[in-house]
Design a protein. Structure first.
Length: 173
């Protein structure tokens, strides 16, 4: 076992840890954005449920169907964002494991730690890529929910019927 008081060993361990540490801050930012999006989706589901409960007798079946479709898509979004957040957390865990293994490898000269660090870093990148794919997919789902919400407006009563029609892909009358 090597002595820990060797400054060169500590410096090389710190240098080897810089890239994984910067990755943690980037994933942390994406995780914060994901948590905010998740909170907004959950709040929107609650608002729609409240709207359904308050207007059950007055609403027509078509409006209720649209509200239920919105809730279904919002629930899918919430589930995807939850999975993305878990992948982000797991990626950060793998990066922390990578940093720990780099230090153990350099400080105590345990060669097996380098292999663990390599696999942990590779796994963290796979998790990060999955996180980003799900995060981007969420934008598509949110656009679909918006399209459903716009469809619930009647073009004759909505003040910007031409804008609504163009967003829905319909031609102007």
């Amino acid at each position: 076992m090597m002595s820990i008081d060797t400054p060169i060993t500590v410096v090389t361990a710190l240098q080897a840890s810089i890239a994984p540490v910067t990755l943690i801050s980037g994933i942390g930012f994406l995780s914060m954005v994901t948590a905010n999006r998740y909170g907004r989706v959950v709040d929107r589901i609650r608002a729609l449920l409240h709207q359904i409960n308050a207007n059950t007798h007055a609403s027509d079946s078509q409006t209720l169907d649209i509200l239920h479709q919105q809730i279904d898509f919002l629930y899918k979004r919430a589930n995807n964002l939850r999975i993305a957040a878990i992948m982000g957390g797991a990626s950060i865990f793998c990066i922390a494991l990578t940093i720990f293994m780099i230090f153990a490898s350099r400080m105590f000269q345990w060669p097996f730690c380098e292999h663990i660090a390599e696999y942990a870093f590779l796994l963290s990148l796979v998790l990060l890529l999955s996180f980003i794919v799900i995060f981007i997919h969420d934008f598509g789902i949110s656009l679909h929910v918006l399209k459903l919400e716009l469809a619930s407006f009647s073009p004759t009563t909505h003040p910007s019927k031409n804008a609504t029609a163009s967003l829905l892909g319909k031609k102007k009358p």
